[in-house]
Design a binder for this molecule. Structure first.
Ligand code: SF4
Length: 395
């Protein structure tokens, strides 16, 4: 993986219902306009493709929302068009991931996704404790999650990532341990381990404000994180990024798509609220995003090859000067726990980070949040727990 790698993110905004903790751009309605949404995504791909001419694809990621609600033939059509637009280099088989709700994964859907060329599923299991799944407002129970994993295997999926939420309100240590053992028994290739966060404006935020839900304090959250980390590492998982674990055993099972984000790889985002990143010839870059309204997205027209800086339809556009991008690269690179090569940074950005950002880095070293070993700068265990503070200090 490196800065020359390129991926496409496709956002599918529809969900059956809004989970109480979610603030993503989602659209809840009785029926999904499958073809209409597909056609808009294809039109956006055709219009924006010239911005990324000549890039070689390593990943397509269908996120949401709930992309497992999208008919597999629509996913197949988008995958085909992306591959035709950005042919991968010889010998590279791009990672094609679909985020899936275990409740959606009938055998028919699973076989449809395989036939559509999907080679990785990211399953929003979250917990294997029914009372927590219920409180999280999820559509599935633990038995359905287990069954979805078993049937995904039977359908031929050899690469599964499971989302595990820790630090749930009222979660007992025994329940966390049972969740960890339950997830390990499913032997996923990859695990994303998240803490439940209270996003402003959500039903969860209102419940917390009204005193109906009590979130665990920082110390308990930190202990849940450490317990999860120790158990997963003991079971042979490599903790390679703050929230990410890959099963060991010789094969590299780290997420290709997410590593694009952490290594300043470029990506084109298609669909409602999708974010994109493009590097610019002067060494800087630009980030831009579509608006969050599904209704608007379905009605809009796309202007071919329009420069993002001139695109008034975008909800967000930011031009990053070379040093601002380098700072982001420093922080994002540190999320990878193997650390950041100072020499690699110098080659990519043209200067020594210890000279230009020496004050900030020195303070973080002195606080024990970063450590340096030869050419490598990395987060300490404490720095991982206080990663947000490190990010604020560097960016
Ligand atoms: S299924 Fe996922 S995207 Fe949809 S509302 Fe729930 S958490 Fe949000």
């Amino acid at each position: 993986m490196g800065p020359d790698c390129f991926g496409v993110y496709v956002h599918f905004p529809y969900c059956r219902q809004r989970c109480p903790y979610c603030d993503f751009a989602v659209s809840v309605q009785p029926s999904v306009p499958h073809e209409r949404y597909r056609d808009q995504v294809l039109a956006e791909l055709a219009a924006r493709a010239p911005l990324y001419a000549g890039r070689a694809l390593v990943s397509i990621y269908f996120g949401g929302g709930t992309p497992s609600l999208w008919r597999p033939d629509c996913i197949a059509a988008v995958r085909r068009a992306v591959l035709a637009t950005f042919p991968p280099r010889p010998g590279i088989e791009p990672e094609v991931t679909v985020e899936a709700d275990p409740a959606d994964l009938s055998d028919e859907v699973l076989l449809g996704l395989r036939a559509a060329g999907v080679n990785r599923l990211s399953l929003g299991v979250q917990s294997l404790t029914d009372r927590h799944l219920l409180r999280l407002g999820r559509q599935h129970d633990a038995a359905q999650a287990r069954s979805a994993v078993a049937r995904a295997r039977a359908a031929g999926f050899a690469n599964l990532s499971l989302d595990l939420m820790i630090g749930l309100p009222g979660q007992r240590w025994r329940e966390l341990e049972e969740d960890l053992e339950g997830f390990l028994s499913l032997a996923p290739e990859h695990l994303s381990v998240y803490q439940l966060t209270v996003e402003p404006g959500t039903a969860l935020a209102a419940a917390v404000r009204a005193g109906k839900v009590r979130m665990p304090g920082d110390a308990r959250q930190a202990e849940a994180y450490q317990r999860a980390k120790l158990r997963l590492q003991e079971a042979g998982y490599q903790h390679y990024e703050i929230s990410s674990y890959a099963r060991g055993g010789g094969q590299d099972l780290r997420a290709v798509h997410n590593r694009l984000y952490w290594t300043l790889g470029e990506y084109l985002g298609l669909g409602v609220s999708a974010h994109s990143f493009r590097r610019l010839p002067d060494g800087g870059g630009e980030r831009f995003a579509n608006p969050r309204s599904t209704r608007q997205y379905l009605a809009r027209a796309f202007v071919p090859a329009l420069e993002p800086a001139d695109d008034a339809s975008l909800a967000y556009h930011e031009r990053l000067e070379p040093e601002a991008l380098a700072r982001q690269g420093l922080w994002l690179g540190l999320r990878l726990l193997e650390g950041l090569s100072l020499d690699g940074f110098r080659q990519q950005h043209g200067y020594d980070p210890l000279l230009r950002h020496g004050d900030e880095i020195g303070r973080l070293l002195a606080r024990g949040l970063l450590e340096r070993s030869g050419d490598v700068l990395r987060l300490t265990s404490r720095g991982v727990l206080l990663a947000d503070e490190v990010g604020v200090a560097l960016v």
